[in-house]
Design a protein around this ligand. Structure first.
Ligand code: 5GP
Length: 341
């Protein structure tokens, strides 16, 4: 047994220190980024915020709306092949979507079928709860071999050595970082496993950037300041689940008021009992539910949430003198604090 005594930080343990700035107006801050995948050479451009591949949030409707803002959606993996092929046919939102796959033989069969349909899958997200297994690393490499030109995002992990392993041996382009910070995630409660998210982002970003790779900070961004801190800490992309849950573009079970208006949405983790029951016919007896189920209030069209988030991000950039999102990390000094208010 070993204990790491160095204090690791979550988003709420810091604030961003303001700095003398020449950025005249936050309106002028450029939030778009262009990256080239380390192993694919594939280019990706846009505002690097991604809707999570949860079945309520990673919907085609979400992808259509977010694409208008040059933002991304990781489509959930429960769409059948025909629906996906039809969606990608001639849809301008395609460039702003990721195809999600797990690593079971069924997942890989579906991926091959879609590949065989002639539709070009530009961006692929290989997603498992625990990215530390050897089998995961091997499957990522297998997918890379089958899709040499696709941008591959793989995860989740939280430590630099595994980021490097997945970039080098797995040949992924973007590593998804986050174990346990999600708004409907119970892993830290059930398993006690995780890593404070801001430190995970800072350490993993440094490891990835040293090799020319990218990271996506996944989970725990409940408010705009969490997103700003993720980018300030070096994240290249930020993935959001709960923040987009409850918007019009979400799928799932809505509750309605007596007058028939949307009141709330049932939002659950993809490892929750609810999700397992819906997609796997129940929880295996050897597993504990690692996801919660909550009701989130109705939030209106996702555009409102997008404007709120991007307004906060522009504000953070202007406070530290970053003319572009690209400069935010360079311009960021975090102040350790005991409370954010
Ligand atoms: P949020 O933005 O809601 O804080 O976090 C979204 C992320 O939570 C997802 O992208 C995914 O990585 C993670 N997540 C989703 N469902 C579950 C779950 O049931 N269990 C765990 N451990 N994580 C989950």
């Amino acid at each position: 047994m070993q204990i790491d005594y160095e204090i690791k930080l979550g988003y709420d343990d810091v604030m961003i220190r303001p700095k003398r700035s020449k950025t005249a107006s936050r309106q002028l801050v450029d939030l778009t980024r262009t990256y080239i995948g380390l192993n694919s050479g594939q280019k990706i451009s846009g505002v690097p915020i991604i809707a999570a591949n949860m079945d309520t949030v990673g919907t085609m409707e979400m992808a259509m709306s977010l694409a208008k803002h040059q933002m991304f959606t990781c489509l959930h993996k429960f769409y059948d092949s025909e629906e996906l092929i039809k969606f990608w046919g001639d849809n301008p939102a395609s460039d702003y979507t990721f195809y999600t796959t797990g690593i079971t033989s069924q997942d890989l069969k579906k991926l091959k079928f879609i590949q065989g349909s002639g539709i070009k899958i530009k961006n692929i997200c290989v997603d498992v709860a625990n990215g530390y297994t050897e089998v995961f690393q091997n499957k990522v490499k297998e997918i890379r071999n089958a899709f040499p030109d696709s941008l591959i995002m793989a995860g989740n992990v939280v430590t630099p050595e595994m980021v490097q392993e997945l970039l080098i041996s797995g040949a992924a382009d973007i590593i998804k970082v986050g174990i346990g910070p999600g708004s409907v995630c119970n892993t830290r409660i059930v398993a006690g496993v995780g890593y404070p998210q801001l430190s995970a982002v800072i350490e993993c970003a440094e490891a990835a950037h040293g090799l020319g790779g990218l990271i996506c900070a996944d989970g725990g961004c409940r408010e705009p300041h969490h997103i700003n801190k993720a980018f300030g800490g070096g994240a290249d992309f930020v993935m959001l689940g709960g923040k987009f849950a409850g918007c019009d573009e979400c799928g799932g079970e809505w509750s309605y008021s007596e007058s028939g208006e949307k009141k709330s949405l049932k939002f659950y983790g993809m490892s929750s009992k609810e999700a397992m029951t819906k997609y796997n016919g129940g929880m295996a007896s050897y597993r504990a539910s690692e996801g919660a189920c909550i009701e989130v209030p109705y939030k209106g069209p996702v555009q409102d949430t997008v404007e709120y988030i991007l307004g906060g991000l522009r504000s953070a950039c202007s406070y530290v003198g970053a003319k572009k999102l690209k400069d935010l990390s360079k311009c960021t000094t975090f102040v350790r604090c005991t409370s954010i208010k």
